[in-house]
Design a protein around this ligand. Structure first.
Ligand SMILES: Nc1ncnc2c1ncn2[C@@H]1O[C@H](COP(=O)(O)OP(=O)(O)OP(=O)(O)O)[C@@H](O)[C@H]1O
Length: 304
């Protein structure tokens, strides 16, 4: 069986004035994958997405979507897009806007179905400008799925949503991925990447610095976190212990990141009045922090 490549970026770069927004990205996404593009502000996520959609032309490199140009894939209705802003007529009613979008595509799903799938059937008669940020995001989601696309691209889709709306949104999204759609979404939320993506692509300074499952990325950061109450702790002495990466204090509570937790525990129990000790594995947040400050990997492509 051949696997279809949905997206292929090769050697893509983009500079804005002196800012190297994207500094050489290679990314291939197979049909059916759900990929999170994760990274801090200014990492180059939106620029990468804009190049993938043909909205921004790369300085160098090539972009292919389903084997053709992004423009061709979009014209064929293969790509549904949900960007952070734009695409909305503030004076239009939700239903009217969706009818307008449906009219632009050759095989749209019925507007009522898009409303239902986005969980906004009750908003059909409402004017866009009266909606909350989270409700507008759901309308954008409905607009993205109307063409019945093979690939859905979402740039920070849950910005402006509260926790419950985010959960509902991802439930709707899950129904789409269960239909076999390929999804690429940019996010700042680690738990979204962890919970909803098959694959996490971490960007920093315009480059991909890690690419793998959330579990692989977590595993790349060996070590443990120790939390303990240590009255009068000598932070300098603890920070100097072999295997201790960082020490944070919150009153008498210490948080230690350690490559060698056994050694650190032995020290704490023998040399300090430490109590209420908890030891936990590094989580995705630790991994991302470690990768982002460059301490986890020597090479850029360790997981790629
Ligand atoms: N149109 C533009 N003109 C000038 N600079 C830009 C433009 N778009 C992006 N940049 C710059 O390129 C860099 C990458 O920006 P980009 O928006 O791609 O990052 P991001 O990872 O999506 O960030 P965020 O999470 O804040 O949305 C930033 O330094 C940004 O200021």
């Amino acid at each position: 069986m051949t696997t279809t490549t949905a997206v292929s970026l090769m050697g893509v770069t983009k500079k804005y004035g002196a800012v190297q927004a994207v500094a050489g990205v290679d990314l291939s996404i197979r049909a059916g994958e759900v990929v999170a593009l994760l990274g801090p502000n200014g990492a180059g996520k939106s620029t990468t997405i804009e190049m993938l959609l043909g909205l921004v032309r790369p300085d160098q490199g090539s972009v292919q979507v389903y084997g053709g140009s992004p423009e061709e894939a979009i014209a064929k209705g293969q790509v549904g897009v949900m960007l952070q802003s734009g695409g909305i007529i503030e004076d239009a009613k939700v239903g009217e806007l969706l009818n307008l979008v449906a009219g632009l595509h050759s095989k749209p799903m019925p507007v009522q179905e898009a409303l239902d799938r986005a969980g906004i059937a009750d908003l059909s008669g409402r004017t866009m400008k009266g909606l909350s940020g989270g409700q507008k995001q759901r309308v954008r989601f409905a607009m993205a799925i109307i063409p019945q696309p093979d690939l859905i691209v979402l740039d920070e889709p849950t910005t402006g949503m509260d926790v419950e709306s985010r959960r509902d949104f991802w439930a709707s999204m899950h129904a789409e991925t269960a239909r076999g759609r390929t999804v690429l979404f940019a996010t700042h939320y680690l738990e979204e990447a962890d919970s909803y993506a098959d694959r996490v692509v971490l960007m920093r300074n315009g480059k991909i610095v890690a690419d793998g499952t959330a579990a692989q990325i977590k595993a790349s950061v060996s070590g443990r976190r120790i939390r303990a109450t240590v009255p009068g702790a000598n932070v300098t002495a603890l920070a100097a212990l072999p295997g201790v990466r960082t020490v944070e204090t919150r009153g008498d509570v210490l948080l230690l990141q350690c490559a060698d937790s056994d050694n650190t525990l032995r020290y704490l129990l023998s040399n300090t009045p430490a109590h209420d000790i908890e030891v936990t594995s590094a989580d995705l947040e630790d991994a991302v922090l470690a990768i982002s400050d460059g301490s986890a990997f020597q090479g850029e492509e360790s997981l790629a």
